[in-house]
Design a protein. Structure first.
Length: 138
């Protein structure tokens, strides 16, 4: 009889949050200092209100979300009342990870975090892709 492989439990919300903090800590300056002002919140899925507002029918299609005002749009004379926050959605992240065997979960979480932080920095999708490819922020 073959020995049974024990994989252990699935990563928890706290595990994903720890991976996100590790990704933040690995950012180069000045990104790291600005990123520390952004809260990270991990949930299993986006809520129905968020999915409806974004016109997303399948909750597995949303791995992360930035809420807040981009630094490029923030006015010092009238600061935003919306605190900057990155939302990570555990189940969609795990689902995407299962479909990408050449990427570690830590790499995928870091990718989602950096992408969402890109919105905080006011980057375009092209700038985010370039930063991820070049390793500029991570």
């Amino acid at each position: 009889m073959n020995a049974r492989v024990q994989w252990g439990p699935a990563p928890t919300l706290d595990d994903i949050a720890a991976m996100a903090r590790q990704a933040l800590d690995s950012l180069d300056e000045p990104f790291r200092a600005h990123a520390k002002a952004v809260a990270i919140k991990v949930e299993d899925f986006a809520d129905e209100e968020t999915l409806e507002a974004m016109k997303i029918e399948n909750a597995y299609d949303l791995t992360g979300l930035y809420s807040g005002v981009a630094l490029t749009l923030e006015l010092h004379s009238a600061p935003s009342q919306i605190p900057p926050m990155v939302w990570l959605y555990r189940m969609p992240i795990l689902d995407e990870w299962a479909g990408t065997p050449d990427v570690t979960l830590e790499e995928l979480v870091a990718h989602v975090v950096v992408h969402e932080l890109g919105h905080h920095f006011g980057w375009s999708d092209e700038e985010m892709d370039s930063a991820l490819d070049d390793g500029a922020p991570s």
